[in-house]
Design a protein around this ligand. Structure first.
Ligand SMILES: [Zn+2]
Ligand SMILES: [Zn+2]
Length: 215
């Protein structure tokens, strides 16, 4: 699967159906379209969902309607209304913090996990090399909260996060995972080899993936 792909509806370059076609071509059995929420005004969202519907009709593999929302200081920028029209929602931190402020990042992610409109946390920890790494206790708490709320984490081939121990802990606790290319051009949809490799190394099986029933 590849549940994190962008199109021209946000900062990607391809059409929705190109993402679907390349996903199938690259051997993927499930593609999710997850454009950035702040590009999708009301009219655009209608158009976006219509294109996903069309791609779904033409595609030989299942196509899911997702979105990538932003985890802000004030919470996640998604509404019940928008979430109600989608199959799933990813929430990612795109804010920048100063070195030593990873605790702020972690606090925001904890809030996002508890947001009922969110299903998956995107590229967890991709900025830790710049802002510093949280302690093991802080990270374990994040996984515990995800377990309690039934939320999933993506394994990002683009950023190569999260790390092996994190993924192992998710699997141990029944926290679901998804594979993510974070493709911004159709050719890159389905390039999830790193995700798959580390997931297998961590002992992951099909049932540890979100939407495994569609695979
Ligand atoms: Zn992102
Ligand atoms: Zn993205």
């Amino acid at each position: 699967m590849d549940l994190h792909t962008h199109t021209k509806f946000s900062d990607g370059i391809g059409e929705v159906w190109d993402n679907a076609a390349y996903g199938a071509l690259n051997g993927i059995r499930l593609v999710g379209i997850s454009d950035h929420i702040h590009y999708l005004s009301f009219t655009n969202l209608n158009h976006y969902l219509k294109d996903i519907e069309r791609a779904r009709e033409e595609s030989e593999i299942p196509i899911l309607a997702g979105i990538e929302a932003n985890i802000m200081e004030t919470g996640v920028d998604i509404t019940d209304e928008i979430r109600g029209r989608l199959d799933y929602a990813i929430a990612s931190v795109h804010l920048w913090f100063n070195p030593g402020e990873s605790w702020k990042y972690v606090e925001l992610v904890k809030l996002a996990i508890q947001d009922k409109n969110i299903d998956i946390i995107g590229h967890f920890g991709n900025v830790f090399p710049y802002i510093g790494y949280p302690s093991r206790e802080e990270v374990m708490e994040v996984i515990e909260i995800a377990e309690a709320h039934g939320k999933a984490f993506e394994i990002s081939s683009r950023y190569r996060v999260p790390e092996l121990d994190f993924i192992r802990e998710c699997i141990k606790r029944g926290v679901k995972l998804v594979f993510a290319s974070d493709a911004h051009q159709p050719e890159d949809v389905g390039k999830i080899r790193w995700s798959e490799k580390i997931f297998k190394r961590a002992g992951g099986r099909k049932e540890d993936l979100l939407f495994s029933e569609l695979l």
